[in-house]
Design a protein around this ligand. Structure first.
Ligand code: DLZ
Length: 158
């Protein structure tokens, strides 16, 4: 979770492995595109910063965050990736729908992670409003995309 004490884009540069021989799959949700676009930009930029070739970063889109689980599963089945990253943003509305989507995605990704041979990195922003999302996709709390890229590199090396 991002707080004033923890910026999503802050990490120890010396502890990030070289990613030049790594290949990553990214699944991005089309809902809240101004947020998920910024998450994707941060993820790709940080993967490339540590050496991943652009041609080894494969991006697929899905209609909404609920479809991220299916998208990640398909990428795993396709093979060839060192890790798969999911990126989405669910913003609380007036109905309990928010809770069902967040729970569905979180449980689905956790289940996939426990049986998959490659790690899946959880880049789902779950916020009460749009401003909280903007604060976490390149705003005052950094970019969760940066965090996901670093986690993916570290977990690929694990
Ligand atoms: C339906 C819905 C709603 C209300 N809100 C969001 C959201 O804030 N973020 C998001 O990524 N997706 C949302 N969706 C779409 C669902 O994730 C899903 O695509 C549909 O329920 C169809 O399965």
């Amino acid at each position: 979770m991002a707080t004033s004490l923890h910026n999503l884009s802050d990490y120890d540069l010396t502890k990030v492995p070289d990613a030049s021989n790594m290949c990553f799959g990214i699944v991005v949700s089309e809902w809240n595109p101004e947020v998920t676009g910024a998450l994707l930009e941060g993820t790709v930029k940080t993967l490339e910063k540590y050496g991943t070739l652009n041609e080894n970063i494969h991006v697929k889109t899905v209609p909404g965050s609920f479809e991220l689980v299916y998208g990640a599963h398909q990428m795993i089945l396709n093979g060839g990736y060192d890790a798969v990253i999911i990126l989405g943003c669910v913003i609380r509305g007036e109905t309990p729908h928010f809770d069902y989507i967040c729970q569905g995605v979180t449980n689905g990704i956790a289940q996939l992670n426990s049986k998959s041979e490659i790690p899946i990195v959880y880049g789902l922003l779950t916020t009460n409003d749009q401003q909280q999302a903007f604060d976490r996709c390149g705003g005052k709390y950094g970019n969760k995309g940066d965090e996901c890229a670093i986690v993916a590199i570290k977990m690929a090396k694990f």
